[in-house]
Design a protein around this ligand. Sequence first.
Ligand code: SG4
Ligand code: ZN
Length: 258
Amino acid sequence: TAEDFGYDGSIGPTYWGERYQECRGKHQSPININVLRVKQVALPDITFIGFNDPIDNVHVTNNGHTVLIEVENEPHPRVSGGPLDGTYVFSQMHFHWGDNDTLGSEDKINHRSFPMELHMVFYKEEYNTVKEAVTHTDGLTVLAFFYELDRHQHPAYDDITSALSNVTDPHSSIVMNNPFSFLNILPYDLRRYFTYRGSLTTPPCSEVVIWLDFEQPVRLTHEQIEVFRELRSASGKIRHNFRPIQPIGDRTVFYNID
Ligand code: SG4
Ligand code: ZN
């Protein structure tokens, strides 16, 4: 196996800094958000562009670390407003999860973990590519959504979980059968969120991310989350793929309640 990083043993998060200097930085992600310490703000409304459109040719890929969902057709969904200066273009979304339902999210709220977290990654339009964007401190924004358990299945996730069962092997990929709309997989309330400056949560841990963590979780069943735990990396099942929390340092977390 030739994995460059992982979540256990000698390639686990404790050792990322040996090969990737930035993983030892002072503004790393994820963090614990202490709700008593956040600064309440009323930011401009976020504009979600193309989130309601049914999207064809959606690619689902197991990259050995997580499952990536990418869109082929232009124009890609976009986001602007809130704490963002300019427009950000969708690059990909992916998930982080844990061995069991008591852990799995990357950021925590009042030290509470959630069983899974969705990251929708966008790059700043003026930088044209993700590669260029990650060389600028405002290059990326990641919209983060937490999951919590429900007894009722979330029907919008059926297409994702059935796609997952076709990409259990690392570096396998399929195109989804049905059109896919971003809004369908998101929580209802998109107005309340936390925002702070941080990093990629995997090597190279670049400190280029404006994080937006939406407060309202998405509700899935235990069985829906279990499907993610069947995905495989080069060295076996991806039982967990979340980085431990990092020091907040001199940073402020803002809480938008408009
Ligand atoms: C996951 O490993 C994704 O597969 C990566 O995406 C992603 O890197 C990385 O996480 C870090 O992203 O939102 N968790 S995070 O900070 O989005 C980038 C790809 O490899 C650059 C495409
Ligand atoms: Zn992520």
